[in-house]
Design a protein around this ligand. Structure first.
Ligand code: UDP
Length: 162
């Protein structure tokens, strides 16, 4: 049992999502959060906020120098976003499956990007790509006092990850 618990925790149980400015503008907060919760994710932290260009540049630092970087920073700071920490076993992989391919034309039917993305650059949602980045991105948006875990979710079992 102990081994099983550790194993589950190694996979990581939280990820960070953003509903991007275009999706907020198109009034898709409700439908997207609905899909997230219908697929078994619990919402551990949630806020409507807006990134400055500086903050967006920092968030997407790994992409600095790529041809799409300036456009990405510009877009991500163009209006309000929704940021959330969401929780499910194996959250990073499970959520990337739910959002689908970065390019909505390549995304599977039924994925969030297939349903709601406008284009490759305006692709409705962000999802962390690793447990390490999920933890970094969660800390970028939320303090400890902005994260909530009802006892039933057993969040204490993997708190050591933060
Ligand atoms: N992006 C873009 N053009 C590209 C590749 C990526 O505009 O050719 C944007 C897109 O919004 C994507 C983000 O940059 O979501 C980050 O890219 P990444 O490859 O990390 O994709 P993701 O992890 O978001 O699927």
């Amino acid at each position: 049992f102990l081994f099983a618990t550790k194993f589950v925790n190694m996979a990581g149980n939280t990820t960070l999502t953003m509903i991007k400015p275009g999706a907020v503008r198109r009034n898709l907060i409700g439908p997207i959060l609905g899909m997230i919760t219908e697929h078994g994710f619990k919402v551990e932290a949630l806020k409507l906020t807006k990134l400055s260009a500086r903050q967006a540049a920092k968030f997407y630092e790994v992409h600095r120098g790529k041809p799409f970087y300036d456009g990405l920073v510009n877009y991500m700071s163009s209006g309000p976003i929704v940021a959330a920490i969401i929780r499910k076993d194996n959250a990073v992989a499970e959520f990337r499956e739910l959002i689908g391919n970065t390019d909505p034309e390549k995304a599977s039917e039924g994925t969030i990007r297939k349903l709601f993305a406008e284009s490759l650059s305006h692709n409705a949602v962000h999802g962390s790509d690793s447990d390490e980045n999920a933890a970094k991105e969660a800390a970028f948006f939320f303090s400890e006092t902005e994260r909530f875990c009802p006892e039933e979710w057993h969040c204490d079992e993997d708190m050591e990850a933060y």
